[in-house]
Design a protein around this ligand. Structure first.
Ligand SMILES: [Zn+2]
Length: 149
């Protein structure tokens, strides 16, 4: 596995490890081409660090990008594809200017049935790591539903 220049894995203030930029990235710039391994859901997939490619396929991130954290107000997004020409691929792309030293994050947009409480701490935090448009489908635990937040 190669080391991606411009990225460094650090201990994150958000959760576990995280990834920071070691240089500036412009809006729209490719931050990383993800190195990964494709799996199909009929196999025992470790989906903790996997991207969904569609048609039952997953792409398990095997380089530094697997440590990029979720944010409800991210500075990057993931583009994925699986085509005959290139095979499975994933790109991390800056959706706004990223400064050296800033933590890189993207919106995991989980399905509601696997949503997890979010601690991203941004003003836009939805309270859950879940697809923004599907937040209303999250079954909230009683402590949260009763207004503990
Ligand atoms: Zn959040």
């Amino acid at each position: 596995m190669g080391t991606i220049s411009g990225l460094r894995v650090i201990r994150s203030s958000v959760d576990g490890y995280g990834v920071i930029a070691t240089r500036d990235f412009a809006e729209g710039e490719l931050i990383a081409e993800v190195d990964g391994v494709m799996w199909h859901e009929r196999e025992p997939v470790d989906d903790r660090y996997s991207l969904i490619l569609g048609d039952g396929f997953f792409y398990d991130m095997v380089d530094q990008t697997r440590w990029i954290n979720h944010s409800c107000d991210p500075n990057a997004e993931v583009e994925v594809g699986n085509d005959a020409e290139r095979g499975p691929w994933a790109h991390i792309v800056a959706i706004r200017a990223v400064r050296a030293g800033e933590e890189i994050n993207y919106d995991y947009a989980f399905a509601p049935e696997v949503a997890e409480p979010c601690r991203c701490g941004t003003a836009a935090c939805r309270g859950y790591i879940v697809d923004e448009e599907l937040l209303h489908l999250v079954v909230k635990p009683p402590a949260v539903a009763s207004g503990a937040r």
